[in-house]
Design a protein around this ligand. Sequence first.
Ligand code: SF4
Length: 331
Amino acid sequence: MLLTTILPCRIFNHPMTLADYVHTFGQHMLRRHGQRVHKIALDAGLTCPNRDGSKGRGGCTFCNNVSFSPHARQKKSIAEQLASGRQAIAKCTRAQQYLAYFQAYTNTYADVQHLDQLYRSAMAAPDVIGISVGTRPDCVPDAVLDLLVSYQQQGYEVWLELGLQSAFDDTLTRINRGHNLDSYRHTVHAARQRGIPVCTHLIVGLPGESDYHYHTSLDTVLALGVDGLKLHPLHVVRGTQLANQWRQGSYVPLKQQDYCRIAADLIERTPADIIFHRMTGTAARDILLAPDWCAGKWTVLNGIEAELKRRHHCQGTLAHPRPKLEIAHAA
Ligand code: SF4
């Protein structure tokens, strides 16, 4: 006899997978659009106000500044990037529809006419059903939100992805983030008030943080209202201030089993209707310094699944209010 929650865990008539424990973006899109929809990550050639002095200089301590070199940037057009993204996705899924994911740097950091051109150039492809725009919380003017709403009104799927990383202002200062919780609070409110769904990014393993910080950051984001979440482990990559701290021994990365444990904590505290767009993140091997396990995602995802299974918990089990517990009998 096992204790489990009804949703999103399913009754045990088939082998359980991570998608049975967590409400994932893939499941959400399948239900909403009746078929698989995959994000294609794009680099629109924009930069970041935390580098050029308009919000800060030097960038976040974990951000690979070397990649800001024009030679390291994506030279392909949006159409070419979509074409190579489709090819890569076709090797692992049967997705026939896509979201254009403006991922690299700050994708609202340009005048609104230019952004409109960029976003529309992606949505011009018939199999691109919408966009997901990744940005900083202090760089989303009302005009950009209104632009996103106009796409929704035309029937496109639209997400705004906000990199908060931590809800603690002293952590944000320590990592030279250049914004505070208040700017996040303002933007998440303005976006959700317009009906734009927000996916918030949180990093686990930031310098000076512990379980208390991870749990409190999540609780703060949930209390402010959110539609989706992305969890990332902090990884140390070349060309960053964090790399210097790691070499000097003042920053020690998380172990994989600790990340899986904390990710499971956060998942079980998150209400079942919130969509997990991602539960871990990877870095390219040629720039990754530590921890090694951040080179791949599957062992991490398997570790999170194993931890939830061990606890007999799934997303929402410890959310407030707690979902009703039901007794399920193993077959
Ligand atoms: S992590 Fe994002 S906000 Fe920070 S410096 Fe890099 S691009 Fe800018």
